[in-house]
Design a protein around this ligand. Structure first.
Ligand SMILES: CC(C)(COP(=O)(O)OP(=O)(O)OC[C@H]1O[C@@H](n2cnc3c(N)ncnc32)[C@H](O)[C@@H]1OP(=O)(O)O)[C@@H](O)C(=O)NCCC(=O)NCCS
Length: 176
């Protein structure tokens, strides 16, 4: 049985766990965001992931000790809940893991007294990325609405040198 829970902050000191989740996220994003980043650009690294765990912001889906998926949850300074870094293990797709991770994130936000959930999806400006099109359609089916288009270069200037193609991002909200 797969269980989803917030990783205990102490697990930030568990090097094997941090490496397992970092590798999963980077493997999943290397494929899911293919063509968007300069080859070799990683979604995260062990230090970054350890900080997320230490902050109590990482939810993991585990079965028999193996990490099958992850999502970052947090409360934004503006008050909304936000999830990101959503990843399901490639060998365990299409069985509801992603849906369960999103439901967990939404439940976590509700427990924090948050009434709006937010997420961001990166989109190439000049071509349709199949994963991003799937995500947009899935989030809309799941009750999210596009509330704003963000200017990626203006909002994330430090990441611009790693982009392989010009991108903007869409901000989605859902009332919980
Ligand atoms: C997005 C992701 C987490 C979904 O994980 P998953 O466990 O395979 O998804 P689920 O099995 O929960 O299915 C999610 C939806 O996709 C649909 N779906 C799943 N597999 C599908 C397939 N092969 N073809 C068409 N639709 C499919 C499901 O029907 C479901 O839709 P519904 O909720 O309306 O019924 C996974 O594809 C992933 O890790 N992608 C790469 C990383 C990424 O892009 N993250 C998000 C960044 S914002």
């Amino acid at each position: 049985m797969t269980e989803i829970s917030i990783a205990a902050p102490a697990r930030a000191e568990d090097a094997a766990f941090v490496a397992e989740v970092t590798d999963l996220v980077n493997t999943v994003y290397a494929d899911g965001e293919k063509g968007i980043w300069v080859p070799g650009t990683a979604r995260t690294d062990r230090d970054d992931l350890a900080s997320v765990i230490r902050a109590g912001e990482l939810a993991v889906a585990q079965r028999e000790g193996q990490v099958l998926g992850a999502v970052r949850v947090r409360r934004l300074p503006s008050g909304e809940g936000e999830f990101g870094m959503l990843a399901a293990h490639p060998a365990h797709r299409g069985i509801g893991l992603g849906r369960d991770l999103v439901a967990f994130a939404e439940g976590w936000a509700r427990d924090q007294g948050v009434s709006t959930m937010q997420l961001e999806v990166l989109f190439p400006n000049e071509w349709e990325h199949p994963t991003k099109v799937f995500l947009r359609d899935w989030y809309i089916r799941s009750g999210y609405q596009v509330v704003r288009k963000g200017d990626f270069s203006a909002d994330y200037p430090a990441l611009v040198p790693y982009l392989a193609t010009a991108c903007d991002y869409l901000i989605f909200n859902k009332t919980l």
